[in-house]
Design a binder for this molecule. Sequence first.
Ligand SMILES: [Fe+2]
Ligand SMILES: [Fe+2]
Length: 358
Amino acid sequence: MVDSLKKPSFEELRPGIKVPAKETILTPRFYTTDFDAVAEMDISVNEDELQAILEEFRVDYNRHHFVRDAEFEQSWDHIDGETRKVFVEFLERSCTAEFSGFLLYKELSRKLKGKNPTLAECFELMSRDEARHAGFLNKALSDFNLQLDLGFLTKSRSYTFFQPKFIFYATYLSEKIGYWRYIMIYRHLESHPENRVYPIFRFFENWCQDENRHGDFFDAIMRAQPQFLNDWKARLWCRFFLLSVFGTMYLNDVQRSGFYEALGLDAREYDKGVIEKTNETAARVFPIMLDVANPEFYDRLEVCVGNNEKLTQIARSNVPKPLQLVQKLPYYLANGWQFVKLYFMKPIDVVHTHGVVR
Ligand SMILES: [Fe+2]
Ligand SMILES: [Fe+2]
């Protein structure tokens, strides 16, 4: 009993291989797209910048970065109970998200080979980075006596199809938000070394530079396709993607605040910081930014947090599943309504600031 409390058990596919977390609306997605349409994209209007980014990828600054050092070689059994559970969940989510990037970029590089050499090589080199990131996280999971079977994940997950422009909005945002997430944890632990309870966080400084470069690549791609950014549809879609990325991260992280507490962070404050920075970064390329300083923004998200707590309580109850669904429905609808209201909050037009050095 005491042992099971200290070492939470996870469902295993086979010994040491964790059953992947159930897919929900909040878990990292796997994407696929119209590869031919990407291959045919004319990138000539921004060719120079894309070439410069490719040169950076080729330099491979982090070639020797992801090497496990002596600090990993110890028992991590003292990270136990709830902290161990949220640690494993964090590593799994991060590994899945990195691996999803790897699969998409690898497939793009394969399909673009011979058709669009600059883009094909950029995707190839980004998939190299993501494979390293995912591999490093999976190795970290093994410190907690678990691993993910990435081959199984490749076959068993469902893939969401997005047209190329939506892939670019989504991956651009996930790279940039990934950058801010990693660097903000790194900086916090730099000033609070007593909270650096596990060595992986030391790697985040150089790691996040990979994500930043990947984000810059998608920034350059979107600029090469100005029609993705300069009409009314772009405004509506950018708003949609900003809100879904910020909203799902906030709901996820508040639900797992124990992980951030273990690092001495407040999940809400941390997320607000990440959202503010990512919103500002995205404003350099997107035509609009969200008005996250308006208190209504977080007030509405907090209503969803409350609804999610109710949903969790229902899921944990002994009520039969079909009845649970009936009980859950009003909370799902209430969350949907909050997101509709959030979507219709007036965004901030930033087109006039483009080209201004900040
Ligand atoms: Fe990555
Ligand atoms: Fe990345």
